[in-house]
Design a protein around this ligand. Structure first.
Ligand SMILES: [Zn+2]
Length: 267
């Protein structure tokens, strides 16, 4: 009997990817855990004002959880926060970038598929987004690596048509092929976008270098804008939809730009 009840309980660390209200005071949480990947669990009573668990199962929190096997959904019985990522919580723009990363992870994974590297990647991305000066760099690096882990690693070194190495000359990125086409092979391919040398060099760097080296990279604004368009096109093509968090992120950035302009005018 004792061993049977122990078997119904398990402990895991996890990051809260998504949550939605359920019933009177409960929430259904979507977790990402190192051993079980994406899982949905029930957190009972967390919307009650006196809930001891609620602060430990907030969105984007990294927590230690004790979970009981349930008939339909497993149930969180204890929760203890490991990292709250306060800088992300306190800054709306950082929040929007982290939401985007969480939505991306959610969309590209199925429930119950273990993927430890993805968990580690997401956790490091949250640390990076907590103190990054260049939030876009953190996001591009996250996207490129995530795509690699889920089987959509973009080909950035040779043409996917003729297999010749692409060196410096003008090249095209095809979402449908999942990478580069030389100008000859991509001539009649729809949906291709040109990639500048600088943008290509940045993508290659982010795809192949150590994480710590990527963190030190400096990328100028025009290159960032180009990379964002390219990655969004590719991701939208793969998911056959636009991510919801993109609109939130864009709206905040427009707001920031507008307030910067009015601050300039005031001086
Ligand atoms: Zn070619």
């Amino acid at each position: 009997m004792g061993s049977a009840s122990r078997a119904r309980l398990y402990r895991t660390e996890a990051i809260i990817l998504r949550r939605r209200d359920f019933g009177e005071a409960d929430r259904i949480l979507t977790l990402y855990a190192p051993g079980s990947g994406k899982t949905r669990v029930l957190a009972k009573g967390v919307r009650k004002p006196k809930s001891r668990k609620s602060g430990h199962v907030e969105l984007l929190t990294h927590s230690n959880l004790l979970i009981a096997k349930g008939r339909n959904l497993d149930i969180v019985t204890q929760a203890e926060m490991i990292h709250s990522f306060l800088p992300i919580r306190r800054d709306l723009l950082r929040t929007s970038y982290a939401y985007y990363a969480a939505e991306l992870l959610d969309r590209f994974t199925e429930e119950g598929e273990e993927n430890r590297p993805l968990f580690d990647l997401f956790l490091s991305a949250l640390f990076w987004l907590s103190d990054a000066d260049d939030l876009d760099l953190a996001l591009r690096c996250f996207e490129l690596r995530l795509l690699g882990y889920v089987g959509y690693r973009p080909q950035l070194f040779s043409c996917l048509g003729c297999e010749r190495p692409v060196e410096g000359e003008s090249s095209l990125f095809s979402p449908r092929y999942g990478g580069l086409l030389c100008s000859r092979c991509g001539e009649n391919e729809r949906g291709c976008g040109e990639v500048s040398r600088r943008a290509l060099a940045t993508l290659r760097y982010l795809q192949t270098r150590e994480y710590v080296a990527c963190r030190r990279l400096t990328v100028d604004r025009p290159t960032h804008e180009e990379l964002e368009v390219l990655m969004r096109r590719y991701i939208t093509y793969l998911l056959e939809r636009r991510l919801k968090s993109v609109d939130f992120m864009d709206a905040l950035r427009r707001e920031e730009a507008a307030s910067a302009v009015s601050a300039l005018k005031a001086t």
